[in-house]
Design a protein around this ligand. Structure first.
Ligand SMILES: NC(=O)c1ccc[n+]([C@@H]2O[C@H](COP(=O)([O-])OP(=O)(O)OC[C@H]3O[C@@H](n4cnc5c(N)ncnc54)[C@H](O)[C@@H]3O)[C@@H](O)[C@H]2O)c1
Length: 383
């Protein structure tokens, strides 16, 4: 345990050790319901209460991946400023740091340039994770996705450029490959976004690479493949498979398998993804794109088995979604010496240990999913 962390709070200490080979050591035992938020985090750095160690910005730091990244940075003794509008993020994801002057949380919308202006001053590194990240609703809300994921990325880039940051890390998405033309999929595969989420994340990546080229912003883009782990999104919208299944299991309802469940995904554990961000931040590579994947690909049926779901029901396969996602991680392994360490089986076990997190998450039924995906089939179901 890092000594500077010991004085923060119980949950920080527990979470601080991940990155170690064992995911259960990574998350430790939750001995009390740390997700009950009792105190409003404040912009305590802005009024001068933060100490003067180096500052990292994490946009989207109240979200799933962002909050794990915050945990790791704080554990490493960094000062962190989270910028999040809490549209999908939650205070409970950061409650383990309450009262810690190393962290400040600024509630702001990155799509609003005036709101984020000045927030990057003094930052050494920017980790840009804020985005509307649920895939399905993007079909109905392209404008909101464009504003958050494209305009928002533009505003963050401009803020980072003005502040002269030393490193800029972007959370890109493997969805840019669409139905990939090669499996495992290298970074050089064709780009073919199938829906607005994928398009807006890819446009964000193009902006980041352009800023790296034209303005010499030392930026790297990480294309993430199906990240899972504790705190995976539980927003009201129909979203990522883990959150959907765990809420269904917790409520004693059947899990809704898309298609026949033989489709496979490159499920990558969040602690490994955080390590990839750190490795990229500490490297001197710029203008580069890296896949971040687990080194394997696993079927939805295997996931159902590992989660021990008793009852299953099948729903129609969605057009525009690949049968396989599987990253070729050769480039990141060669250039950043990074590879995933936590197995799918171990990751699933950790998820089950944390199933209480999904207690109040929406429980999706076949009918509700049919309603939520109606426009998806309407627009993407055409040949
Ligand atoms: N989870 C995955 O499997 C996955 C895969 C590929 C890429 N990504 C990318 O990783 C990043 C993090 O994803 P996540 O799964 O943690 O999602 P998440 O929804 O849990 O986190 C995103 C955070 O961004 C915040 N946010 C959204 N719009 C904002 C805005 N306009 N201004 C400020 N904050 C805003 C949300 O409140 C939330 O806290 C996203 O950029 C996502 O596109 C995730």
């Amino acid at each position: 345990m890092a000594p500077d962390l010991a004085r923060t709070c119980l949950a920080c200490v527990e979470i601080s050790s991940y990155g170690l080979p064992s995911a259960s050591r990574a998350f430790g035992r939750i001995r009390r319901p740390w997700f009950i938020f009792t105190q409003t985090l404040s912009r305590n750095g802005i009024d001068g209460r933060m100490n003067d160690s180096t500052l990292d910005i994490v946009t989207g730091g109240a979200g799933f991946i962002g909050s794990h990244l915050v945990d790791r940075l704080i554990a490493a003794g960094r000062r962190v400023r989270v910028i999040d509008n809490f549209s999908n993020g939650a205070e409970r994801n950061l409650v383990q740091h309450q009262g810690n002057a190393q962290l400040e949380v600024v509630k702001a919308d990155i799509g609003d340039k005036a709101a984020v202006q000045g927030l990057f001053e003094g930052a050494e590194r920017v980790f840009h994770l804020a985005a509307l990240a649920d895939i399905v609703p993007s079909i109905n809300e392209p404008e909101a996705y464009f504003r958050a994921n494209v305009d928002g990325t533009f505003n963050v880039l401009e803020g980072a450029k003005a502040a002269g940051v030393k490193r800029f890390l972007y959370a890109a998405s493997s969805s840019c490959y669409g139905i990939a033309d090669a499996v495992p999929t290298p970074e050089t595969a064709s780009i073919s976004p199938q829906y607005p989420y994928a398009l807006t994340k890819y446009l964000g990546e193009e902006l980041v690479m352009h800023w790296a080229k034209v303005y010499q912003l030392p930026a790297v883009s990480l294309r993430l493949f199906n990240v899972f782990g504790p705190r995976a999104r539980t927003s009201g919208t129909y979203g990522a498979v883990f959150g959907v299944f765990l809420a269904q299991i917790k409520a004693g309802k059947p899990v809704t398998i898309v298609g026949d469940g033989t489709q496979t995904r490159d499920f990558t554990f969040v602690a490994d993804v955080v390590s990839a961000f750190i490795r990229a931040a500490e490297s001197d590579r710029a203008g580069q794109i890296y896949n971040v994947g687990s080194g394997g690909t696993y079927s939805v049926n295997r996931l159902v088995e590992l989660l021990g779901a008793k009852e299953t029901v099948h729903i129609p396969k969605r057009p525009g979604e690949p049968d396989v996602t599987f990253a070729d991680t050769g480039k990141i392994s060669r250039e950043l010496d990074w590879h995933a360490e936590i197995s799918f089986e171990e990751g699933c076990r950790v998820m089950l240990e944390h199933i209480a997190y999904w207690e109040n998450a929406p429980v999706w039924t076949v009918d509700k999913i049919a309603e939520a995906t109606r426009d998806w089939f309407k627009y993407l179901g055409k040949e």
